[in-house]
Design a protein around this ligand. Structure first.
Ligand code: MLC
Ligand code: AMP
Length: 521
C-alpha cells in the first residue's frame, strides 16, 4: 500500500508545542493585565479554542489569511493563538496604519477575514469587502466586539489542526526599499525552531524552577512582541505581566515582581529617565533583553551602572525572527555592548563583499544568513524572493557588519535605505513617494538623523518646483492623514538643491550629517 505523503504524520502546528509548555497547574495565572485582570493557563486554552472553533466554522479556504488591526489586548493574543490552532495564517497590522496603507495590505494579502476595532469598522470593512474579504469582525481592547460575541457561542474544546513544519503560520509585512511592503512568509517550523533555541539560549525558567515572569510591554504586531516575547513565555510556562502599551511608570511598578524584560532601545532610554530605577527595584530581574534597533553603548553602560544588570543585545528581522544573541550563561561581562553576540545555534551567518566573496574576520560586508528560522519567501513576490537569496540558499539581510576576532557579530550599518525609529522601520522611498505627489514639490529626500529618544528620526528635505512655494508645515500636515504616525518626518526643510554625486544621485550621507547638526542648533 502506498503511503499518503501529503498528510503530516506528526502535528507540527506551533500551538501544539506552545501548549506543551503550559504548566501542569492550569489554574495558575498565565497573564495579568495592568488593570488587574488575570487569565489562567486554562483560560488561554479555552478562549483560544473558542476563537479557533469560530474561525473553523467559517469554512475558509486552506491557507486563508486572518488580517488583524486592533489595539494590544490579551484577546488579540488569543486570536493569534486561535489562528495557529485553526491552521490559518495570521497577518498582524500596526494600529497606526492609515487607510491607504491598509488598502495596500488587504489588497495584496487578500485575507478571508479581517478583524479591526469598532471605531475603524466603517472604513476598514469598506476596503476589505471591496477586496473580496468574506468576514469583517470587530475586537476592542475592552473585551467587546463582534468577534468575541460570536466566539462565546462556540465550544471551548478544540484539537489543533494538523500542520506541517513547512506550512505558513504568519505573514509579517516589512517595507520594501523601492516599492511597497513585502509580506514575509513564516512557517510553523520557522517560529517553533527559533522559540526553542531561545528558550535554551536565554535560560527561560519553567514553572517549578523559580519560574520566570515577563513584563510584556511591546506591541504585538511585530516579531519582537508577538513571537520573541509571547512564544518565550508560553513555551516555558512563564507568567506575563501584560501592558497594553509601554509606560515607564507601569514597568517600574512591576520590575520588583518580574524576572525578564524585553524592549527596543527607546524603552531602555525612557526607563533610565525614571529616578526609581536602581539595583533594588531590579533585584529580582535575571535578564534584560534589547533589540530591533542598535543599542547605544551609553545606554548599555548607564544601565549597568544604575541597575548592576548587563543588557543582553540580540539581532533579528521579520524575515528570520532571531539570528544572533549575546550569551546569557557564563559571566555577564561576556555580553558585549555594541555587538549583537553570536549566531544562534542552527543559524549560519557569513559576511560577504558585493562580489559574493566571503570576508575574513574583522572585515565589513553584507550579512547573509541561513537556518531553520529563515522565512519561506515574500508573499506573491517570487522575483524579489529570488533576488534576496544567494544561489546556495543564504538570505541577504541588507545589514552591513563584521565578525570580530572573538566571534561576536557587529552591525555597522545597512545597505538598505532604512530608518529605524523607536524600533519601527521607516522606508524613505515610501515617504518620498508621498511627498513628491504634493502640489508644488519637485523632489524630496528623507533621511534618518540621530535622536536621543527614538535613536533615529526621519527628516524630509524638499525642493519646490520652479515658481512654486512649499510650506514645510503643510508637507508634514498632509502626510499625517496618509501615513502611520511613526513614519511622519519629525522635521521638514525646503531647500534650493540637494547634494549629489557625479552620477547625479542624492548623497543621503551628506544630508544626514547636515541635518543631524541642524537638530542640535
Ligand atoms: C511613536 N511615535 C514615534 C514612534 N512611536 N515616532 C517615531 N518613531 C516611533 N517609533 C510618535 C507618534 O507619531 C506621536 O507623534 C508621538 O510619538 C506619541 O505617540 P505614542 O503612540 O504615544 O508613542 P509612544 O507610546 O511613546 O511610543 C513610543 C514607543 C513605540 C517607543 C513605545 O514606538 C514602540 O512601542 N516601539 C516599539 C516598536 C517595536 O516593537 N519594534 C519591533 C519590530 S520587530 P505625534 O506627532 O503624532 O504626536 C524587529 C525585529 C527585531 O524590528 O529584531 O526585533
Ligand atoms: P524589521 O524589518 O522590522 O524586522 O527590522 C529588522 C532590522 O532591524 C534588521 O534588519 C536590522 O537592521 C535591525 N535590527 C534588529 N535588531 C538589531 C540590533 N540589535 N542592532 C542593530 N540593528 C538591529
Amino acid at each position: 500500500m502506498q503511503l499518503q505523503t501529503d498528510l503530516p504524520l506528526v502535528n507540527s502546528n506551533l500551538y501544539v508545542a506552545l501548549r506543551a509548555g503550559f504548566p501542569a497547574a492550569h489554574d495558575a495565572i498565565a497573564v495579568e493585565t495592568e488593570d488587574g485582570l488575570c487569565y489562567s493557563w486554562r483560560d488561554l486554552e479555552r478562549a483560544s479554542a473558542m476563537l479557533a472553533n469560530l474561525l473553523q466554522a467559517l469554512n475558509l479556504p486552506a491557507g486563508a489569511r486572518i488580517a488583524v488591526q486592533v489595539d494590544k489586548s490579551v484577546e488579540a493574543m488569543l486570536l493569534y493563538l486561535a489562528t495557529l490552532r485553526a491552521g490559518f495564517v495570521y497577518l498582524p497590522l500596526n494600529v497606526a496604519y492609515q487607510s491607504s496603507e491598509i488598502e495596500y495590505f488587504i489588497g495584496n494579502a487578500e485575507p478571508a477575514v479581517v478583524v479591526c476595532t469598532a471605531k475603524n469598522f466603517g472604513w476598514v470593512s469598506k476596503i476589505a469587502f471591496r477586496a473580496g474579504t468574506q468576514y469583517v469582525f470587530t475586537l476592542n481592547n475592552d473585551r467587546t466586539g463582534s468577534l468575541l460575541e460570536r466566539a462565546v457561542q462556540c465550544s471551548d474544546r478544540h484539537r489543533p489542526v494538523k500542520r506541517r513544519a513547512n506550512d505558513l503560520a504568519a505573514i509579517i509585512y516589512t517595507s520594501g526599499t523601492t516599492g511597497r511592503s513585502k509580506g514575509a512568509m513564516l512557517t510553523h517550523g520557522n517560529l517553533l525552531s527559533n522559540a526553542e533555541v531561545l528558550k535554551d539560549y536565554w535560560g527561560w525558567r519553567k514553572q517549578g524552577e523559580g519560574a520566570d515572569v515577563l513584563i510584556h510591554a511591546l506591541p504585538i504586531f511585530h516579531v519582537h512582541g508577538l513571537f520573541v516575547a509571547i512564544h518565550g513565555a508560553l513555551l516555558s510556562g512563564s507568567k506575563m505581566l501584560w501592558l497594553s502599551k509601554f509606560d515607564p511608570k507601569w514597568v517600574m511598578e512591576r520590575l520588583p515582581r518580574a524576572t525578564v524584560f524585553m524592549g527596543v532601545p527607546t524603552l531602555y532610554v525612557r526607563l533610565l529617565a525614571e529616578s526609581g530605577l536602581n539595583s533594588t527595584t531590579t533585584r529580582n530581574m535575571r535578564l534584560f533583553i534589547a533589540g530591533s534597533a542598535p543599542l547605544l553603548i551609553e545606554t548599555f553602560s548607564q544601565w549597568q551602572s544604575r541597575t548592576g544588570h548587563t543588557i543582553l543585545e540580540r539581532y533579528g528581522m521579520s524575515e528570520t525572527v532571531m539570528l544572533t544573541s549575546n550569551p546569557y550563561f557564563g559571566d555577564p561581562l561576556q555580553r558585549r555592548g555594541g555587538t549583537v553576540g553570536f549566531p544562534l545555534p542552527g543559524v549560519s551567518l557569513r559576511v560577504r563583499d558585493e562580489e559574493g566573496r566571503s570576508l575574513p574576520t574583522g572585515q565589513i560586508g553584507g550579512i547573509e544568513v541561513k537556518g531553520p528560522n529563515v522565512f519561506k519567501g515574500y508573499w506573491r513576490m517570487p522575483e524579489k524572493t529570488a533576488e534576496d537569496f544567494t544561489a546556495d540558499g543564504y538570505f541577504r539581510t541588507g545589514d552591513v557588519g563584521k565578525i570580530d576576532e572573538l566571534g561576536y557579530v557587529n552591525i555597522v550599518g545597512r545597505s538598505k535605505d532604512l530608518i529605524i525609529s523607536g524600533g519601527y522601520n521607516v522606508y524613505p522611498a515610501e515617504i518620498e513617494g508621498y511627498i513628491n505627489e504634493l502640489p508644488g514639490v519637485a523632489e524630496s529626500a528623507v533621511v534618518g538623523v540621530e535622536d536621543a529618544d527614538f535613536g533615529e528620526v526621519g527628516v524630509a528635505v524638499v525642493i519646490a518646483k520652479p515658481g512654486a512655494s512649499v510650506d514645510p508645515i503643510a508637507v508634514i500636515g498632509s502626510l499625517k492623514s496618509k501615513l502611520a504616525n511613526f513614519k511622519i518626518p519629525k522635521r521638514c526643510y525646503v531647500v534650493n538643491e540637494l547634494p549629489r554625486n557625479a552620477m547625479g544621485k542624492v548623497q543621503k550621507n551628506v544630508l544626514r550629517l547636515q541635518y543631524s547638526s541642524e537638530a542640535g542648533r
